[in-house]
Design a protein around this ligand. Sequence first.
Ligand code: 6GU
Length: 250
Amino acid sequence: MRIDVVTIFPEYLEPLNVSLVGKARARGQLDVRVHDLREWTHDRHHTVDDTPYGGGPGMVMKPEPWGEALDSVLESGPRGGEDGPVLIVPTPSGRPFSQRLAVELAAKPWLVFTPARYEGIDRRVIEEYGGRLDVREVSIGDYVLAGGEAPVLVMVEAIARLLPGVLGNAESHRDDSFAPGTMAGLLEGPVYTKPPEWRGRGIPEVLLSGHHGRIARWRRDQALARTSANRPDLIESCDPEALDKHDRAT
Ligand code: 6GU
C-alpha cells in the first residue's frame, strides 16, 4: 500500500518511522511519502492561510497550495478506478473513523491524507477533488484537535496493522475489540501473563484449566460484561443474532 500525507508539519509524522508502521515501511509493505505543503507556495512567507470570508475567528487554509500539492501527488500514481487513490480529509466535521472503515481502507492500494490546521481547508478544494475521486472526510472522535496530523497517525496505524504480513500473527486481529466474528463486535476482555501470583493476586482459575471450551466461554462472558459497563451503546446496536442464547441470559 502507498500512503501520501500533505502537511505543514512533516516532522509531526516522524512517528511513522517507528514500531509497527516503521517496520512495515522498512520491509517494503508500506510506501509512506510525507510532503510539506509549503513547497507549493510561491510567496516569500510561504503563506498557507488567510482570513475567512464572512468573518469569524481563526484562519482558513488557502486553496491554491492544496490544489498544486494534490495535483502533483496525484499525478505521480494511477488516476482512478480500482488502483486510484482515496483522498482522506481529516476533520472533526467528518464521518466517524471506525474499525469497519479501517478494514475498508486497508483493502485500497493508495491513500492520500490532507491533515489541515486552523479552521480547515477552503471548501472548494474538497469539491474539486470530490468530483474526480473517492474523497472521505473523516473524524476520529467527538473532540476537537488543533490539526489533522495526530488523526493521520491514528488512522495509518489502525490501517497498517491490518495489512497482510504486517502483524506477526495473522490471527492477531481476529479477536480485536470491534472486530465482527467470534466476538460479535464486543470489547476485548482482560488478559493475564506470568507470574501466576503478583502482589497476592492470582489468575482466574479457568485460564489454568486447559479446557478450551470453558476458556472461550469465559472470555466471551468477560467481553460482554466489559462492553455492558464501558460501551452499552455497542450492545444496543449489535445484531441480536451475534449474541447467543447464553449471552442474552447473562
Ligand atoms: Cl480528524 N481533526 C481535528 N482537527 N480534530 C479532530 C479530528 C480531526 N477528529 C476528531 N477531532
